[in-house]
Design a binder for this molecule. Structure first.
Ligand code: GTP
Ligand code: SPV
Ligand code: MN
Length: 639
């Protein structure tokens, strides 16, 4: 793969080196940490450009060492960005500006020459909801309005990082430039960051994704909170796939600022994957071993805050099953020379939702996160620990709680102690069930893919696609209740195709066509749809979820092994009576209700999907997906 932008730079370097500028800048600028000589000419040129634009006081080239972390932790403590959590080992609490707590989808843009490369052409000028396009001129103007001098008085950090194991042929390299030490320390957890990556750049083809990030300063010049500088009013996240370039301004939070994650591994990643014939998806990867010792790998795409981390670390309630974790958020998948689809987790850590994580629901996450972890926007306890909704049973007696805003908190306040999108940022290697192949450069072979979301009504616990095209239709038709991971308000049911709506790097219609084409490239896995979140008329979850989800995975494995444990239904294959293993369940489950297909609901669902496809994707959606919808409609009519 050749990155277009870098190709140009390298072409430029065939003539005399063009790093004079950088040397000039560096003479007057103190490189306070690191060695400029470790940078390749192309990286130097990029750093130089950013220095000229952002005008930092100092440059720090990150080496990724523990000594560097100590230094930056000391600095952040002094600035009040993090607080120590003495109850644990090397754990820290960051409290953001309350206006900077989630991804900002409405301020996220992709720039391509033609608009239709980024977003589907919607009929009758219907406003699109499948991504935001920006012209090159507007992108340049947005940068020019925000970045000049944005790092004045601050240090510019240069983070070399690898998405995927350092040096693996499936991995890709990025350089993130940021003025936030919190971002540096988080990137050192979430990616493989530091000097070894520069060595690979020196020895390899030298290509990297350019990632520029600044927390910015409000137009007024006054920071609302010195400990968490940001500029919420002018926050903008820009992507230029043709140049493999990301520019993010104004937010220090998660996916807005840890640019390896959604910006690189999904948005830019999906455009690279399209070009190169593979898939970059918002999916967890898990390994599951059955009682006979047979191991299979499964991926699952659920929208943000819909259970990927929890499923990836499942503690099976079914005896003699073992689940191991490869990744909890992103999968890069490619067919190997044998035609097997293989997946790697490009990340190195988990940026997981804290609330709801507990000894009861996710004991594996609880034994992962209490060392070497940065917590953001959780509550803290007077004995030097953390607290969030769900942790009630682990709370020591007589401790006082301080909420995520820094105020004293009691349950009686009726407000949440932790922000609903508060998170832990923790090294994946610490997970007690991390899979032995999680860093295998070849990836793990995928046997099944699950799609799912929060569907309080109508959608059964599990159903299976009849074939690949039907499975792609199910992915395209995915819907889920909005969560706190982005700026959406209320519990509205939103369309979230493939759990990728906020993360598509190119036109969703082309994306679906790309998925359909995978069938011709190799042996495609079976596709399923799951829903842990169906509610009874009394508003209670009908399925206990968490560890009990192993029962659903067992049925998936049996189907992968070709067992005929299913019946055909209007929406796909569902477990035949008695074939979903419910033996020994603590909770009584109303299986009939859990799998019921209310005709009114599904008639409306088909109409909603049709409206969505026609108004949002129009003629850009492949005809075979409309044909699947027609087939579904006909079957629902017979209910
Ligand atoms: P992102 O990191 O935003 O992509 O989210 P995620 O998909 O990894 O979601 P996560 O596993 O962090 O779960 C989000 C919330 O859903 C947590 O509060 C969980 O407790 C809850 N949850 C996860 N699995 C289940 C389940 O099986 N049943 C129920 N009822 N809730 C669940
Ligand atoms: C998500 O929202 O899907 C996340 C969190 O995984 S963030 O990194 O903020 O995007
Ligand atoms: Mn996610």
């Amino acid at each position: 793969m050749l990155l277009k932008g870098v190709q140009l730079l390298r072409g430029g370097l065939a003539s005399p080196p063009k790093c004079y500028n950088f040397r000039l800048v560096c003479r007057s600028l103190s490189v306070q940490y690191g060695d400029v000589k470790t940078l390749t000419p192309a990286v130097r040129e990029y750093v130089d450009k950013c220095v000229n634009l952002c005008q930092p006081d100092r440059v720090h080239i990150c080496d990724g060492t523990a000594a560097e972390s100590k230094l930056l932790q000391g600095l952040m403590l002094k600035q009040g960005t993090i607080l120590p959590l003495p109850k644990y080992t090397n754990c820290w609490l960051a409290r953001t500006n309350p206006a900077d707590v989630a991804r900002v989808e409405s301020k996220t843009f992709i720039s391509t020459e033609r608009k239709e490369e980024t977003v589907p052409v919607t009929p009758n000028a219907t406003p699109g909801t499948l991504g935001n396009w920006i012209s090159d001129a507007d992108l340049k103007a947005a940068i020019a309005e925000r970045f000049p001098g944005s790092m004045k008085g601050r240090t510019m950090y240069v983070i070399p990082f690898s998405m995927g194991p350092v040096g693996s042929p499936l991995s890709k390299i990025g350089i993130e430039i940021t003025d936030s030490p919190y971002v540096v320390e988080s990137m050192k957890i979430m990616t493989r960051a530091g000097t070894p990556v520069l060595d690979v750049l020196q020895q390899g083809d030298g290509q990297f994704v350019k990632c520029l990030h600044s927390v910015g300063t409000p137009a007024s010049g006054v920071q609302a909170q010195a400990s968490w500088p940001c500029d919420p009013e002018r926050t903008i996240i820009l992507h230029k796939p043709a140049e493999n370039e990301i520019v993010s301004y104004g937010s220090g939070y998660g996916g807005n600022s840890l640019l390896g994650k959604k910006c690189f591994a999904l948005r830019i990643g999906s455009t690279i994957a399209k070009r190169e014939g593979w898939l970059a998806e918002h999916m967890l990867i898990l390994g599951i071993t059955d009682p006979k010792g047979v191991k299979k790998y499964i991926t699952a795409a659920f929208p943000s805050a819909c259970g990927k981390t929890n499923l990836a670390m499942l503690n099976p309630s079914l005896a003699n099953y073992k689940v191991e974790c490869v990744g909890d958020d992103i999968a890069w998948m490619k067919f190997d020379s044998q035609g097997l689809l293989r997946a790697i987790n490009p990340e190195n850590g988990f940026f997981g939702v804290a609330p709801g994580t507990s000894k009861e629901t996710n004991p594996i996450a609880m034994s992962t996160v209490f060392k070497n972890t940065i917590f953001t926007n959780v509550a803290s306890t007077s004995d030097g620990g953390v607290y969030w909704e769900g942790m009630e049973s682990s709370l020591a007696p007589n401790v006082q709680i301080t909420d995520w805003l820094g105020n004293p908190w009691t349950k009686e306040s009726g407000k949440p102690a932790a922000h609903p999108n508060s998170r832990f940022c923790t090294p994946a290697a610490q997970c007690p069930i991390i899979d032995s192949a999680w860093e295998d450069p070849a990836g793990v072979p995928i046997s099944a893919m699950l799609f799912g979301g929060r569907r309080p009504a109508g959608v059964p616990l599990i159903y299976e696609a009849r074939d690949w095209t039907h499975g792609v239709f199910i992915g395209a038709a995915m819907r889920s209740e909005a969560t706190a991971a982005a700026e959406h308000k209320g519990k509205v049911i939103m369309h979230d195709p493939f759990a990728m709506r906020p993360f598509f790097g190119y036109n969703f219609g082309d994306y679906v066509a790309h998925w359909l084409s995978m069938e011709k490239r190799g042996k495609v896995p079976k596709i399923f749809h799951v829903n842990w979140f169906r509610k009874s008329d009394q508003g209670k979850f009908m399925w206990p979820g968490y560890g009990e989800n192993s029962r659903v995975l067992e049925w998936v494995l049996r189907r992968v092994n070709g067992e005929s444990c299913y019946v055909d239904s209007a929406i796909g294959h569902i477990p035949a009576e008695g074939e979903l293993n419910l033996a020994g369940m603590k909770e009584q489950v109303d299986v009939k209700q859990l799998f019921s297909l209310p005709k009114d609901f599904w008639t409306q669902e088909v109409e909603d999907i049709r409206n969505y496809f026609e108004s949002q994707v129009g003629a850009d959606l492949p005809a075979s997906i409309y044909a699947e919808l027609d087939k579904l409609k006909a079957r629902i009519a017979e209910l």
